[in-house]
Design a protein around this ligand. Structure first.
Ligand SMILES: [Zn+2]
Length: 111
């Protein structure tokens, strides 16, 4: 399956993405994913994470598009499927790590 991820808006730490999923040659599904760096939340239009505690493939494609730190992403993927509560917790920890790493990168660039 192919994904086209593009950033549409970025305001105060909020970034909106469009993830276009190619289902067949002529069929495309579009999902809007919002990534909030400050509150460490990623929300997808498909609401898979909200309803089942699973990080959906659209969110993952955004995280990889953002070139989020690979260690943190691996951490989420490896530990994220045990059960809903612990995966939610570990997902948040992972995002905190990613935000922290990103803040560090931004500060480094400013110097
Ligand atoms: Zn989704």
């Amino acid at each position: 399956m192919n994904y086209i991820t593009r950033s549409t808006q970025s305001v105060l730490g909020y970034t909106t993405y469009e993830v276009i999923e190619q289902v067949s040659n002529s069929t495309f599904n579009k999902f809007v994913v919002i990534y909030d760096v400050i509150s460490c939340e990623i929300k997808c239009q498909c609401l898979l994470f909200d309803s089942r505690g699973i990080l959906c493939r659209h969110s993952l494609s955004v995280l990889s598009f953002e070139r989020v730190d690979k260690v943190a992403l691996k951490y989420i993927l490896e530990h994220g499927s045990k059960n809903n509560l612990s995966s939610l917790l570990e997902f948040c920890i992972g995002l905190l790590i990613m935000s922290w790493l990103r803040c560090k990168n931004i500060k480094r660039k400013e110097k």
